[in-house]
Design a protein around this ligand. Sequence first.
Ligand SMILES: [Cu+2]
Length: 227
Amino acid sequence: MKMLLIGIIVVLALGASIGGYALMNHMFGNYGLSPYSQSYNGNGYPTTYGTLIPVQQAITLMKSPPSYVHVFTNNNSIVFTSQEINLVVLTMGHKRAENLTGRPSPTDGNVFVIYGLINPTLIIPQGATIHVTVINLDAGDYHNFVITTEAPPYSYNLMMGGGMMQGGMMNGGRFITMMPLLPPANYQTGYAHEFQYTFTLHQGEFWYICTYPGHAEGGMYGEIIVA
Ligand SMILES: [Cu+2]
């Protein structure tokens, strides 16, 4: 009887891990990430080196919004008027962001810089295809850019309680997209790590966040309104 019980538990555990692996493959496969380019940083979080881009080129991309990108500094929002959107997202600490944009940061933690604004609200047409290019300009921290239905405030560790393997988060929210963490930029060589993926959102309210423990909790997030 006891052996049978142990046998059932082993079969269940195997099934769960194989299922989880298939899900990971599915998720990362969609973003064209080869298993060879994925590794784990010292804290055990999935990390990618993506591709390299000169820091100066990343800053130029951020400062040159396409014609369908309408930046509103008065309420820190960006309205996109196209069904094909190139979204350039830079990640960094708040001081670097303030120097780069000349705007005050809403938090003294890490932030996103998008087309000259810090953690802006993005207003996107329903069903638009969004090609996001995430570039980490931080000199010391790992960051990513993922979409969730969960509103702030965020807890320290978003991957707990089922987490990424189940496509879920704590507090019942869900991830719409996922990507590995990008390593810090190298200011000696002048190159930063870049990762691209494509997604579509349907009507509603979403949030973009960094899943590195403590970052979203510390204010590394922004709102997306799909109308
Ligand atoms: Cu981060």
